[in-house]
Write a protein that binds this ligand. Structure first.
Ligand code: IMP
Length: 433
């Protein structure tokens, strides 16, 4: 029996989709545990692309149980579209999906408030750069104990009451932010659509916590799939430029309702360089041609919003923080091939701030914005062999780069990805072993 958590070690978009897809070969149950349709996992299988936002990336392996945990915030319409897209490809046709009845629901007014706040913030130079998917407002209502859960979609009267109460709270907020309160007809339409979506999803709903606990008790392999990355964690990330959920490994236990003693391994995913979407300090960001080159080579455009991602050199202080926050025992390195063809590559090994050298990001966002990266330069390498199956198949400079990351992050690699396809992978250690 093995219970493994896979978590993004940076600011999200580390290529978790591919890694989760590979690890799912060995898993029986795959669980998404936090966030919502703000995430976007791009999977390339046999050259074909599938983007998932809510359904776990393990979906591509028919017959594996795919769970949406209670800690998620789920837009039922997005979920239905995604299920239909998967089913059109012959996936999720065997009753594999289980949606936690305790997960919270995102309705149109959550997205409305998210968008209005962003527009309002942008005018004052204070936007977070959210995905506008209603994530923050849905988690706010949850914390205020006024949230709407998947179970409420199945009780139309209760749903209508809760929606009315939410809009009593949010009406003045919407107006203050320059929006228009939704009309009664509009709200009635939202409720009707939500009830209809609930009916279509009903057969997939259940007690996700007990399902996962039972699988663990039966000795099955369970894989928890993190969304976003450790530096976007609500408590420990680069607040306030974070998402509204717990993105670190501990969030898996909290969201799925299992104890930390059940976890056997935590794997972090890091890209060979760094990216960030939205606002917030990013010390190794590359502007101009260098950043653009990475963006183009890595296809660094948001899978959810299509926004160009900010690109920069690998940031070891940030990675160390991710390793620490999630207790990662190994790392999967992705997109090493994207750096191929560069004359030289850099790793930020520390920050300089007010005459001090820091091995992790300072906790205050203004300090992080002032921190100066200290770089180590590495010789570049040419194209990587896509059939590389061992690190010894890689050019010596690429090996030296990997060795340096391992040494400075303090944890070994369990996998190195040298291209987008499943086959373009060097597997070093099986976390389920
Ligand atoms: P929210 O989660 O939509 O509220 O956005 C808050 C911050 O998290 C913004 O900077 C987003 O760009 C970022 N974010 C949210 N989800 C992802 C993701 O899946 N990948 C990368 N960044 C994300």
């Amino acid at each position: 029996m093995s219970v493994v958590i896979v978590v993004g070690a940076q600011w999200g978009d580390e290529g978790k989709g591919k890694v989760v897809d590979l690890f799912t070969e060995r898993a029986d149950v795959v669980v998404r545990y936090g966030g919502g349709a703000n995430a976007g996992h791009t999977l390339v299988i046999d050259g074909q692309k599938l983007v998932t936002h809510l359904v776990p990336s393990g979906v591509c392996h028919p017959g594996k149980s795919c769970v949406l945990g209670d800690g998620m915030v789920i837009d039922p319409h997005t979920l239905l579209e995604e299920v239909a897209q998967c089913q059109a490809r012959g996936l999720l046709v065997r009753d594999e999906l289980l949606i936690g009845l305790g997960a919270h629901v995102i309705l149109p007014y959550h997205k409305l408030v998210d968008g209005l706040r962003e527009d309002h913030g942008a005018k004052r130079g204070k936007a977070i750069g959210t995905t506008r998917r209603g994530i923050g407002p849905a988690y706010e209502m949850k914390a205020a104990r006024r949230g709407i859960r998947v179970r409420d979609l199945l009780r139309p009267e209760r749903l209508a009451e809760l929606v009315a109460r939410n809009l009593d709270d949010l009406g003045p907020v919407i107006e203050h932010l320059g929006g228009t309160r939704p009309s009664k007809d509009e709200v009635d339409g939202w409720i009707r659509d939500a009830v209809a979506a609930g009916e279509r999803l009903r057969k997939h709903t259940g007690d996700a916590g007990r399902h996962v606990a039972r699988a663990i008790a039966e000795g099955r392999h369970v894989l928890f799939e993190g969304a976003q990355g450790c530096l976007l964690d609500l408590d420990h990330g680069t607040y306030p430029y974070v998402t509204s959920s717990s993105t670190i490994a501990a969030g898996a236990c909290q969201s799925a309702g299992i104890g930390p003693t059940q976890i056997d391994a935590v794997v972090g995913i890091t890209k060979a360089y760094a990216t960030r979407v939205g606002e917030g300090p990013f010390p190794t960001e590359l502007h101009g041609d260098e950043g653009e080159r990475l963006r183009k080579a890595g296809g660094e455009y948001g899978a959810t919003t299509g926004r160009p991602r900010r690109c920069g050199w690998l940031d070891l202080p940030a990675l160390r923080m991710g390793v620490r926050l999630s207790g990662m025992q190994s790392l999967a390195l992705t997109k090493l091939d994207v750096l191929a063809g560069m004359a030289e590559v850099y790793i930020c090994v520390a920050y300089q701030l007010d005459g001090r050298e820091l091995d992790e990001p300072p906790t205050d966002p203004d300090d992080l914005a002032r921190a100066q990266p200290v770089y180590t330069k590495f010789p570049g390498w040419g194209p990587l062999p896509s059939d590389a199956r061992d690190v010894t198949d890689l050019p010596a400079p690429a090996r030296a780069y990997i060795d340096a990351i391992e040494r400075m992050a303090g944890v070994p690699f369990c996998l190195v990805s040298v291209g987008p396809d499943r086959s373009e992978t060097i597997r070093l250690h099986d976390p389920f072993a």
